[in-house]
Design a protein around this ligand. Sequence first.
Ligand SMILES: [Zn+2]
Length: 134
Amino acid sequence: MADFKHCSLLLECAKCEIINYLDPFTFWFFEGKVKCAGCGAIWALKIDNGVRVSGPTEGKAPHDKLPGYAQSKDYKTKITDTTKVNPPVMARADFVGKPIPIRKSIRGKLVSGAPLKAEDLVGSRPRFIMEGRE
Ligand SMILES: [Zn+2]
């Protein structure tokens, strides 16, 4: 069996020496072409059960997938531009970086799911819940 460098999910580009991280989940079973995030070279490879079994061999455009992340060998250049690497997978497709404030649960009950000020509270309970208003 080849050494780790030649069978792992880390793909070092032979042209620009950028290390392309093939996202473990989406590349676990993969056969196709990956575009290097550093220089745009196309590499054909096959990954079976998380182990690279063939490649990288130079291929022609178009590519099938982008790497999940890429960086230089000295770790100084980090490539996170989503035109070159896949955007990160979000738990919610509509996630915007902050929780969405809510005042009612999905069943229509009042909940305290939004920022409150001191005057909105009675003791430690939200006033609008104690008074039962929306
Ligand atoms: Zn490259």
